[in-house]
Design a protein around this ligand. Structure first.
Ligand code: ZN
Length: 343
């Protein structure tokens, strides 16, 4: 099969198009999916650079967010048929341990993400466990369907499950134009919250407002903490931080007493200085977020089907131009998701 293969860790030049990579064969409880689209995530860049504690075996195939058509199913798979249009839930878990059986599969002791340690979707075919198959919303194209699983799942976990968002919640979302940002704005608005977000340009600000953001701050021009405090003297209820070093302290300073900082992803670095007194005196909760429960993705998919959530696809590249797509994502010119089309 055709695939974009990682043979070493480093820059975009490490992504190599191969025409004859062995097509995987589904085990008895697996499904072989003919990939039609695969969305990029920042995770892809970290894996490519070999920057994570977990490094995949080489040669590796990136790609966590997959949509496609079922090509073949294993002998134990009874309720999925060849030809069905599907998306793949990106969280891989054993299905047997206590946390899996308790519905908290993202706490599984063997947890993995498609494209992290396991081979992902930058290819014509990918094999996944049958329990990771979700039917594609009919109203979405393959590109649109590939664009939402990882980001919306993570953001839902942050805002709804960890943040306890309510209609009167005040939420600060850093980086509103990113894949995570466009998801967080929409989920927060779905719950009727007041949304403050940050961007780096006026054009992106306008698009965040179109998605429902109430206040958009240009982080190059404004002191975000000061602006938040002038809007709400006591601070906000929830902060969604996927930026890391550059924003972590500011996130804490923006929260009201009893507020919740939800965080994941560290695009500007993973070290932060925290004054512990600021946390306990103001009863701030720090809640780390890593993906989310797979069951949540079924609910999110239903909300896309009903048109209550909308995919935001910025640009589609052919699989062959995966390196160019990585460069584009790294340049931060995008608004929403960057997707590879697989022909
Ligand atoms: Zn498990």
């Amino acid at each position: 099969m055709k695939a974009v293969v990682l043979k070493g860790f480093g820059g975009v030049e490490k992504l190599e198009l191969v025409e004859d990579f062995p097509t995987p064969e589904p085990k008895e409880d697996e499904v072989l999916v003919r990939v039609r689209a695969v969305a990029l995530n920042h995770l892809d860049i970290w894996v490519r650079m070999g920057a994570l504690a977990v490094k995949p075996e080489l040669p590796h195939i990136l790609g966590s967010d997959v949509s496609g058509v079922v090509e073949k199913v294993g002998s134990l798979v009874k309720d999925i048929d060849a030809g069905e249009e599907v998306i793949v839930a990106p969280g891989l878990s054993c299905g047997r341990c206590y946390d899996c059986q308790n519905g908290e599969d993202n706490h599984c002791r063997n947890y993995d993400i498609l494209g992290l340690a396991s081979r992902g979707g930058y290819a014509q075919y990918v094999c996944v466990p049958a329990r990771n198959i979700i039917r594609k919303p009919k109203n979405l194209t393959f590109e649109e369907a590939a664009s939402y699983p990882l980001t919306f799942l993570t953001v839902w976990n942050a805002l709804v499950e960890k943040g306890g968002i309510k209609p009167h919640s005040r939420v600060l979302i850093w980086g509103g134009s990113s894949g995570v940002g466009v998801a967080a704005i929409q989920v927060a608005k779905l719950f009727g919250a007041f949304v403050i977000t940050t961007v780096g340009s006026e054009e992106k600000a306008e698009r965040c407002r179109e998605l429902g953001a109430d206040v958009v701050l240009n982080h190059y021009e404004k002191d975000v903490v000061k602006e938040v405090r002038s809007l709400f003297r006591e601070g906000v209820d929830i902060v969604v931080d996927h930026v890391g070093s550059a924003t972590f302290e500011k996130s804490i300073s923006s929260l009201r007493k009893g507020g919740v900082l939800t965080f994941f992803g560290t695009t500007t670095g993973s070290e932060a200085k925290v004054d512990i007194r600021h946390l306990f005196v103001r009863e701030i909760a720090l809640k780390g977020v890593y993906m989310g429960r797979r069951a949540t993705l079924f609910k999110i998919t239903e909300l896309f089907e009903r048109g209550l959530l909308k995919p935001v696809v910025d640009r589609v590249f052919p699989l062959e131009e995966a390196a160019e797509a990585h460069r584009y994502l790294e340049s931060s010119r995008h608004f929403g998701k960057v997707v590879l089309r697989v022909d």
